[in-house]
Ligand binder design. Structure first.
Ligand code: URA
Length: 239
């Protein structure tokens, strides 16, 4: 038994994970679908720990306090109600009914690909987006025009001001990977930041991919797929 998880009413646990209403959860219990790991059916008023529940013999979705990583494909918007394809369509439908909700940690543009974090953990969200955390976000960029050679210096200076902004950008690191190909590491998350940084030096971003946030990389997670992070992976975001 997992003693570190709180004891909660089974019907509430199942409803908050988005499997249905509390009434639906009662039907699942009556039908013997919600059991202990050894298959013993639970009563309608059972209090349980998340890890001690099976639905149709399978573990439940990750408990509250989850951090997910999604390998975002191009063409999906980080929003709950834009016209067009939404990143939530890449997650199980019931995730949209969870309480608390699972929200994205910042956003990637519709045509940006790569590592997107999602969480229902307010404290984690606050910690990772706080400027004090200084979490590096790494982007791979392909450009419309060849690099001129002065971009690394301009980005590193900490004096660049983006169009229509008044505050200077924090220093960013540019590594040249090819004539029109670079890796950029930023610690902020301003609107369209990387695209606007290259616009500020007279270039245009054609493709933008984020392979890494902090010490966490996408690894072999295929495009369009997601998985929950384990505690060591969550900690690696901050190193
Ligand atoms: N910078 C951008 O311009 N777009 C993104 O999606 C992320 C960073």
């Amino acid at each position: 038994m997992n003693d570190t998880q709180p004891l909660v009413r089974l019907v509430k646990l199942v409803a908050n994970l988005g499997y249905g209403s509390q009434k639906d959860a009662r039907y699942m219990i009556q039908d013997g679908r919600l059991t202990a790991p050894d298959g013993t059916p639970y009563d309608v008023d059972a209090k349980v720990r998340h890890d001690d529940v099976r639905l149709d013999g399978e573990p439940l979705d990750p408990a509250q306090g989850v951090v997910l990583m999604l390998n975002k494909p191009a063409g999906y918007t980080c929003s709950t109600k834009d016209p067009g394809r939404l990143i939530y369509q890449l997650l199980p439908d019931r995730f949209a009914r969870r309480n608390p909700i699972i929200a994205t940690v910042g956003r990637l543009d519709r045509d940006t690909t790569g590592l997107l974090l999602l969480t229902d953990d307010g404290a984690f969200l606050h910690k990772i987006i706080s400027p004090r955390s200084n979490v590096p976000k790494i982007y791979e960029v392909t450009l419309a025009r060849p690099l001129q050679g002065n971009e690394a210096e301009i980005f590193a200076a900490g004096s660049l001001i983006l169009n229509s902004e008044t505050e200077v950008l924090a220093p960013a690191v540019l590594d040249v990977l090819g004539p029109k190909h670079a890796r950029v590491t930023v610690t902020e998350g301003r609107y369209h930041q990387v695209r606007r940084m290259f616009a500020a030096v007279g270039n245009h971003v054609e493709t933008l991919h984020r392979p890494q946030v902090g010490g966490l990389t996408l690894g072999d997670l295929p495009s369009g797929q997601w998985r929950a992070l384990n505690p060591a992976e969550i900690a690696s975001l901050f190193v």
